[in-house]
Ligand binder design. Structure first.
Ligand code: NAP
Length: 249
């Protein structure tokens, strides 16, 4: 499989959700640096515009786009804006995510706490993907990257001796498991089209999400998402990957 991640990708239109900071912002920067037009989805333009302006000041073709993934009307407006301005979308990175305030064991969780995390990490991805699919279908090489997490891997979680044994955050972890299931479902539906759908696992990365306790930099954390966003025609679909290769579902 050819690695296209260092090539130039002039003229490609990329939308990254939750791109005003953290991994999303760095994904936008890396895709923009390879020539793509990057649309920085942000649920609050007071955060999204300065982020896009900073990338534009670096010479990138970067634009803010109001996009709250939990608000279907807002998502529809964003899709209409992209349609009017570009007529298609080449890359969708479903990056926006939350851990939620809850951090106890499953027996202490409520359905409401679970639902809150799913609204963003799962339902939001479905809403955004379905709104953007007509635009992605017009691309000669549509790519969808779902930013998942190795803590959502059922295989790794079911191994009580693994490095995840002490980690049991049911709200966040199961939301990423569900996101993995969505990844497979879309890859299956779209397997006879040029659109490739894969899950990227960043690894533990220092961002606001973990009060910057992660051991990786954002530059390291986005390597897989960028690579999967820029997959060539011989690239895989329906896989979960990190920077070392395949992550078990
Ligand atoms: P972050 O710094 O907290 O960034 C999260 C981004 O998502 C922010 O831009 C946030 O916007 C946005 N967001 C949250 N809810 C949203 C909504 N309803 N609509 C639109 N945007 C929304 O976290 P991060 O570490 O960069 O996380 C990015 C992705 O990587 C997440 O999906 C996360 O689960 C995943 N991940 C992270 C790590 C890690 O170690 N950092 C590891 C594995 C996976 P606001 O600024 O408005 O809140």
């Amino acid at each position: 499989m050819t690695d296209h991640s260092q090539a130039r990708h002039e003229g490609r239109i990329a939308l990254i959700t939750g791109a005003n900071k953290g991994l999303g912002l760095e994904t936008a920067r890396q895709l923009g640096a390879r020539g793509a037009t990057v649309l920085l989805g942000a649920r609050d333009l007071r955060r999204g515009k300065p982020a896009a302006d900073a990338l534009a000041a670096e010479g990138l073709d970067a634009h803010p786009l109001l996009l709250d993934v939990t608000d279907p009307a807002c998502v529809a407006d964003a899709a209409a804006w992209i349609d009017e301005r570009y007529g298609r979308l080449d890359i969708l990175v479903n990056n926006a995510g939350i851990t939620g305030a809850f951090s106890g064991p499953p027996s202490a969780a409520t359905a409401g706490q679970l639902r809150k995390v799913y609204e963003t990490n799962v339902f939001g991805v479905l809403t955004v993907t379905n709104a953007m699919l007509p635009l992605l279908r017009r691309s000669p090489a549509g790519r969808i990257v779902n930013v998942s997490s190795t803590v959502g891997s059922l295989t790794l979680n079911a191994d009580f001796t693994s490095e995840f044994a002490g980690y049991n955050l049911v709200t966040y972890q199961s939301s990423k498991t569900a996101l993995n299931a969505l990844t497979i479902a879309y890859a299956k539906e779209l397997r006879d089209t040029p659109i490739k759908v894969n899950a990227a696992n960043p690894g533990f990365t220092a961002t606001d999400m973990n009060n910057h306790r992660g051991h990786q930099t954002v530059e390291e954390g986005v390597v897989t998402a960028v690579r999967l966003a820029l997959l060539g025609p011989d690239g895989p679909t329906g896989t979960s990957q990190d920077d070392t290769g395949t992550v078990p579902w």
